[in-house]
Design a protein around this ligand. Structure first.
Ligand code: NDP
Length: 310
């Protein structure tokens, strides 16, 4: 039994060392340095953005672990070994970080800090009319991250609604479910936070037709995945007034190309996929626990439903 780590964009040595620090008996290989005669001993793959087909060379996998919360990168691989359970990271610190990021974005919008930064640049002292338009915050996706955020926003005193596939009962949050309640959800809110997983059903979800159904002046915050947004639909929706602006942490192409029109738009705030980063110190014990469970044949933690895609 051995582990392979396949994560071309990450420093796999840190992850291997972290695992070995907890269990020095582990046999770990870092892609692409896996000897041919070891491949059939690999039972666990730990991955992030693995190259297409790179998992199919291990015939005896019995667990595939995402190194982060998302699994869209994994499920996009047409050669992903069938029938092998997939797990992901669920970490309270990841939710804490995400909620803090979105709440910071909400308050920047709410109290118009952009306006005061501009005044400061001109050494201008002028109290603006305090137009604290109450935020009505809609969270698309009431999963691990969306629920944490919605509860905290509600505790701040703002109307909060959540949209999901299945009904939720969360104190202080109005739950909207499925396509038939999407219009009511969109009309109830003036800030839309996307925390959906990326699946075939949610790809291109944030598009011109959806923006048309929002209440005018809705503020968009996308912290989920770049492919949720039809990028060419965003600026026209801002110019028409249907949206008032956006905070975008994720993009179809990352890093965002230098000539992309989003960079220079005054109503768009860009952050470099930084809303909430996986902390190896929290993730590594989870990976090890699931590896142990896979060996013992015990129920795995934080498994992904391949059919649903999250
Ligand atoms: P979860 O899988 O825990 O939750 C997903 C939620 O979305 C569920 O409530 C689910 O509904 C709902 N949902 C799924 N499909 C639909 C649909 N078609 N219509 C309506 N609702 C739907 O996800 P997480 O909270 O862990 O992650 C959310 C997103 O955040 C992911 O895209 C992830 O990749 C991203 N992310 C971004 C980071 C960043 O730094 N920018 C960091 C970490 C994660 P139901 O509960 O009814 O099944």
């Amino acid at each position: 039994m051995a582990i392979v780590i396949i994560a071309p964009t990450r420093d796999t040595r840190i992850w291997a060392q972290g695992l070995l620090a907890l269990d020095p008996t582990l046999e770990i290989y870092e892609h692409p340095h896996v000897p041919e005669d070891v491949k059939d001993r690999i039972t666990c793959a730990i991955t992030w953005l693995h190259p297409e087909g790179s998992l199919s060379v291990f015939p005896n996998l019995n667990i595939i672990c995402s190194m982060g919360a998302g699994v869209d990168h994994m499920l996009a691989d047409a050669q992903l070994p069938k029938g092998v359970p997939i797990t992901r990271i669920v970490d309270p610190a990841l939710a804490w970080s995400m909620s803090n990021f979105v709440i910071a974005a909400l308050f920047n919008h709410h109290r118009n800090w952009e306006h005061f930064r501009k005044q400061q640049a001109g050494k201008r002292w002028a109290q603006a009319d305090l137009c604290e338009v109450p935020l009505r915050v809609g969270v698309l996706g009431l999963g691990v991250l969306g629920k944490d955020l919605a509860q905290k926003v509600s505790a701040l005193g703002f109307y909060t609604a959540g949209f999901s596939q299945t009904p939720k009962e969360v104190a202080g949050i109005e739950s909207f479910v499925g396509a038939s309640q999407l219009d009511a959800f969109l009309q109830a809110v003036n800030v839309l936070v996307c925390l959906l997983p990326l699946t075939p059903a949610t790809e291109n979800y944030l598009n011109a037709q959806l923006f048309e159904r929002c209440s005018p002046g809705t503020y968009l915050i996308n912290v989920a995945r770049g492919k949720h947004l039809v990028e060419e639909d965003l600026i026209p929706a801002i110019h028409s007034g249907q949206l008032s602006g956006a905070v975008l942490d994720v993009f179809r192409e990352e890093p965002l190309p230098v000539h992309h029109p989003f960079w220079e738009h005054p109503n768009i705030v860009i952050t470099p996929h930084h809303a909430s980063l996986t902390n190896p110190d929290a993730a590594i014990p989870q990976l090890l626990e699931n590896y142990r469970r896979s060996i013992q044949g015990e129920q795995l933690l934080n498994t992904v439903d391949r059919k649903k895609g999250y």
